[in-house]
Design a protein around this ligand. Structure first.
Ligand code: UT7
Length: 333
């Protein structure tokens, strides 16, 4: 496990999983006052997958993780670390250890990482630090979210956007460093534009001691502010990551953005002068799956054979926190 020397970072396998249940825009029009035409033209989304009450975040994450391990030809017992990027763990203490157990990854340490829709990019950079210091060699990063549990299904301004899913990548030590550069950012001053806020009710324990008892509110979002933030900040952070990588936007094979809204994808690509054919997009079928959206789209593009070993990819996540970040990497080894 201890390599002891600087090691490069390579992404060597992908996997993904989505629930079977499909909710189309027409189905949604039975829930709130909306239309297929409005949702498609404003977001590019046609349908989303929703988790049934019998399924769980961990079952999706395990499925995605198994696929990623198999595509990297790695056994679960070879894993040193499992990172679960999620905002919707099914246990407030974290869900990563349940995944570790279900995968049979008995030597891996496992923990959750929460950075909303930036979780995958933040997780990738976190994994890279463990590899570069020579501490770990084989890491499974899973981005998984079940935002349907937290959506306000009476709020048509937000409920049309989200879907459930999981995506995973295997990240390994490699003699050549394939993670070329990154940039991560946070700004808590705009936290109120997108959150799942907690609510604390006072409770008296004894005459002298009062405590708070907490639960959570549904997703609250100021769509226009989040839209403006994304279109302004994402090109900036990608530019910074490209600069750190020593490559220009024109050299990219693929732009892999968090799948929030087709109009955001188009606007970011336009600002970076990246042609539409290089922009990865599958949000039409899945909506915004939060921390899962980047690895879900990456897995689809790898399996379709569009992404080939050596291809240069800029990935960028952005969302609640506010948080945003970008990473530039060459696919596979
Ligand atoms: O991971 C990050 C997650 N968040 C995001 O990515 C959100 C980013 N923001 C967006 O994607 C867009 O702001 C939305 C898709 C949420 C909204 O699009 P918009 O073009 O900014 O619409 P709007 O909020 O300005 O609303 C325009 C109109 C309003 O009607 P009035 O006041 O002009 O009469 C809304 O009431 O559209 C109405 N509207 C709807 N109509 C039908 C809002 N939601 C709906 C709906 N169906 N679902």
């Amino acid at each position: 496990m201890m390599a002891g020397t600087f090691a490069g970072v390579a992404l060597t396998g992908t996997g993904s999983a989505v629930p079977d249940t499909v909710l189309t825009n027409d189905d949604l029009a039975e829930v709130v006052e909306t239309s297929d035409e409005w949702i498609k033209s404003r977001t590019g989304i046609s349908a989303r997958r929703l988790l049934s009450p019998a399924e769980s975040l961990t079952s999706l994450a395990v499925q995605a993780g198994k696929q990623a391990l198999s595509s990297a030809s790695l056994a679960a017992t070879d894993l040193d670390l499992i990172l679960l990027a999620t905002s919707t763990a099914n246990d407030r203490f974290g869900s990563a250890t349940q995944i570790q157990h279900q995968l049979g990854a008995k030597w891996a340490v496992a923990f959750d990482l929460t950075a909303a829709c930036s979780g995958f990019v933040f997780g990738l950079v976190t994994a890279a630090q463990f590899i570069r210091t020579g501490t770990y060699r084989n890491i499974l990063l899973i981005g998984a979210d079940v935002l349907s549990h937290w959506v306000d299904w009476s709020d048509r301004r937000s409920c049309v956007l989200f879907g459930d899913g999981a995506g995973a990548v295997v990240i390994q030590a490699h003699w050549e460093d394939r993670l070329l550069g990154f940039e991560l950012r946070s700004d808590g001053s705009d936290h109120h534009h997108l959150n799942i806020a907690s609510r604390t009710q006072p409770r008296t324990l004894t005459n002298d001691v009062s405590i708070g008892q907490q639960d959570f509110m549904p997703i609250a979002m100021n769509g226009q502010e989040v839209y403006k933030f994304a279109v302004r900040s994402v090109p900036e952070v990608i530019d910074k990551a490209l600069y750190r990588s020593g490559v220009s936007a024109s050299e990219l094979d693929w732009l892999l953005l968090h799948q929030a809204n087709k109009r955001i994808l188009d606007a970011v690509a336009l600002r970076l002068a990246i042609p539409p054919k290089k922009v990865i997009s599958n949000l039409e079928n899945y909506g915004n799956t939060s921390a899962a959206s980047i690895p879900l789209a990456l897995d689809e593009w790898v399996r379709l054979g569009h992404i080939q070993p050596g291809h240069l990819i800029a990935a960028s996540g952005f969302g609640a926190g506010l948080s945003w970040g970008a990473a530039v990497f060459r696919w596979a080894i």
